[in-house]
Ligand binder design. Structure first.
Ligand code: RP5
Length: 160
């Protein structure tokens, strides 16, 4: 496994409030990662260079968050063979439904695994990345099982 198997990319600084939940979850599972701002619209050449070089850079999974006209996950998926998980960021104008539709309706042949809008999607993208990596990493497999067991144990029988 490369030294940083997960890249968390986002279209804007304004996406960080959402995407930090992916990073926090990766950190909780002790998964090395990078967090990068890569915009399909404002920095298209950075996006192209990132996506074309991602596999050679040692990444195994890409988590891509974007809002509004959220083309980043799909464009990156078109340029890399790595699995891409897309996180629709909650937009101001349409509460993230525009982001969701922009990411989820990929044409057959160019998949993006699309998560829920916002924090839940960012968190679950990290957990999906962890599950993929755990297939070939026994230590991570154990950490992920412990993380899930702790979440289960934290659910009280009655509301407090
Ligand atoms: C998208 O446009 C970004 O992913 C972000 O969610 C949205 C708005 O960006 P800012 O105008 O806040 O930079 O490209």
């Amino acid at each position: 496994m490369g030294s940083r198997p997960v890249a968390v990319i986002m279209g804007s600084q304004s996406d960080w409030e959402t995407m930090r939940h992916a990073v926090d979850t990766l950190a909780a599972l002790d998964i090395p990662h990078d967090a990068l701002i890569v915009s399909a619209h404002r920095t298209p050449e950075r996006m192209f260079d990132f996506a074309k070089g991602a596999k050679a850079a040692g990444y195994k999974v890409i988590i891509a968050g974007a809002g509004g006209a959220a083309h980043l996950p799909g464009m990156v998926a078109a340029l890399t063979p790595l699995p891409v998980f897309g996180v629709p960021v909650e937009s101001k104008a349409m509460s993230g439904v525009d982001s969701l539709y922009s990411i989820v309706q990929m044409p057959a042949g160019v998949p993006v695994g699309t998560l829920a809008i916002g924090k839940a999607g960012a968190t679950n993208a990290a957990l999906l990345a962890a599950a993929v990596l755990a297939l070939s990493d026994d230590g991570l497999d154990r950490r992920l099982a412990e993380w899930r067991a702790a979440r289960t144990a934290a659910v009280t029988e009655r509301p407090v």
